[in-house]
Ligand binder design. Structure first.
Ligand code: CMP
Length: 446
């Protein structure tokens, strides 16, 4: 029989069921002992179902493969040894209904006396901690959010246990109905944990006084932990946002310190807001640069896929061409009014427009053309080794990809089909540039 895959959806669903059952038992068993209600009827059925689930889980665990350092351990003997060395005993103690089993074997009514043994069920909660660790490794859940959820889970559970303990110590009058007794007891726990208590429910016996002191000290601990951690947990919930806020803080300080003109300051702020809104991380580039070349190519190919697919110049390009291009293309953002290219300058890159609009202007300032998503420009300087033939201005936020001279020549060399297309457009543009500017479009040209 093959072993169970620990990541199979069915196994995960089972784990979730066991987790829910464990939490239910950890809540219900102490309450049952504190309030002393009889376990009969549907509650008894539930009790047996829990025992069965725990027992099946032991069987399943013996048969579940283990993932370790990337490889799957499926050898049954190794699996059994590891389980027996670690969690098996905890699981076993939590599963066997000792009170019933021993009660039947000892004397009539022994089960009643041995009810406390049921608390062993709570032991299984230790497994919850193990599960949480596995989840935190799954990367699906934000680790800070998970830490916070786990912390609140334990606080609520501990408060519940303390309320049960207070009931068991006789802190609340036994004359009241069970629900009122529990609610009062929980109220006592919360007030004692968060402050030093309201004073309307006070300890009378020595044990109660000692327990109250323990609760108060625990409360101080919780409080300190919350104050110390929640602020940083909240800040870390969205790591990217935190990095952005931190960066904006530094930029604001710089702008104030250097006393830049107000309009320029505004442009800088807008630029960073735009970058943030469009999820174009200036934060990403360092991360990508750190990757080994093969992985970097994969990542860039996936990141740049959109633009590569949208640009007509690249449609139909081979996989190899796209891979080479994605390694060579560098994202760059221009803000409204920026000069991307200035006429007469030496050019060492061409650009592809991913989004935004730009205008091409000649020396007289006449608009020669409008460039939008999917267009490219700046190829003439690279192909014909001449100064820039026009000025290009961004009219709104433009997301461009630049291809430097060396990469451009490599791509042109390796992928002649692409080179031919660029050459075609370049040829047409050169002709337009050398042709005298028409005063007004003639009707037959339209
Ligand atoms: P380059 O000369 O490197 O820099 C200016 C760019 O403007 C040029 O390359 C072309 O890509 C582009 N360009 C020049 N004339 C036109 C035109 N008529 N239509 C579109 N783009 C042009």
């Amino acid at each position: 029989m093959p072993t169970i895959d620990p990541h199979h959806p069915a196994k995960r669903a089972w784990d979730a069921l066991v987790l829910a059952t464990t939490v239910f038992a950890a809540v219900e068993v102490p309450l049952r002992l504190a309030l002393g209600y009889p376990v009969e009827g549907w509650l008894l059925d539930v009790d047996w179902v829990i025992t069965a689930i725990f027992a099946f889980d032991i069987v399943f665990t013996f048969n579940t493969a283990l993932r370790q350092a990337g490889s799957l351990i499926t050898d049954r003997r190794v699996l059994a040894r590891r389980y027996l060395e670690r969690w098996f005993w905890v699981d076993l103690l939590a599963t066997v209904p000792f009170d019933v089993a021993l009660g039947a074997a000892l004397w009539p009514g022994a089960a009643e006396a041995l009810r406390l043994l049921r608390l062993l069920r709570v032991l299984r909660l230790a497994r919850v901690a193990q599960l949480m660790r596995r989840w935190s490794g799954s990367r699906l859940i934000n680790p800070s959010a998970l830490r916070m959820a786990v912390f609140f889970f334990w606080v609520v559970l501990v408060a519940h246990w303390m309320a049960c303990m207070w009931l068991a110590l006789g802190g609340i009058s036994a004359d009241l109905d069970p629900v009122t007794r529990y609610v009062r007891s929980l109220y006592w726990t919360v007030t004692t944990l968060t402050t030093v208590g309201y004073g309307d429910i006070t300890p009378s016996t020595n044990v109660q006084v000692i327990f109250t002191m323990v609760a108060e000290v625990l409360g101080v601990g919780f409080y300190g932990y919350i104050i110390g951690n929640v602020a940083s947990l909240l800040a870390n919930l969205d790591v990217a946002k935190a990095a952005h806020v931190e960066r904006m803080g530094r930029i604001e300080a710089f702008l104030k310190y250097r006393g830049l003109p107000g309009a320029l300051q505004e442009r800088i702020r807008h630029y960073y807001d735009h970058i943030w809104e469009h999820r174009m991380g200036p934060y990403e580039s360092d991360l990508v640069e750190d990757l080994p070349p093969a992985l970097r190519a994969e990542v860039l190919l996936s990141l740049n896929q959109d633009v590569l697919r949208r640009v007509p110049l690249f449609t139909g390009a081979s996989e190899g061409a796209l891979r080479e291009l994605s390694l060579a293309l560098r994202p760059i953002v221009y803000t409204p009014g920026d000069e991307v290219i200035r006429l007469g300058e030496v050019g060492d890159a061409m650009f592809v427009v991913s989004r935004g609009r730009l205008v091409v202007k000649n020396a007289e300032g006449t608009t020669l053309a409008l460039l939008t998503e999917g267009d490219f420009f700046g190829e003439l300087a690279l192909l014909q080794d001449r100064p820039r033939t026009a000025t290009i201005l961004a009219t709104d936020y433009c997301h461009l990809y630049s291809l430097d001279r060396t990469s451009f020549h490599t791509v042109v060399e390796h992928f002649p089909a692409l080179a031919a297309r660029v050459a075609d457009v370049a040829e047409r543009r050169s002709q337009e540039l050398s042709a005298p500017m028409p005063k007004a479009p003639k009707p037959e040209d339209a």
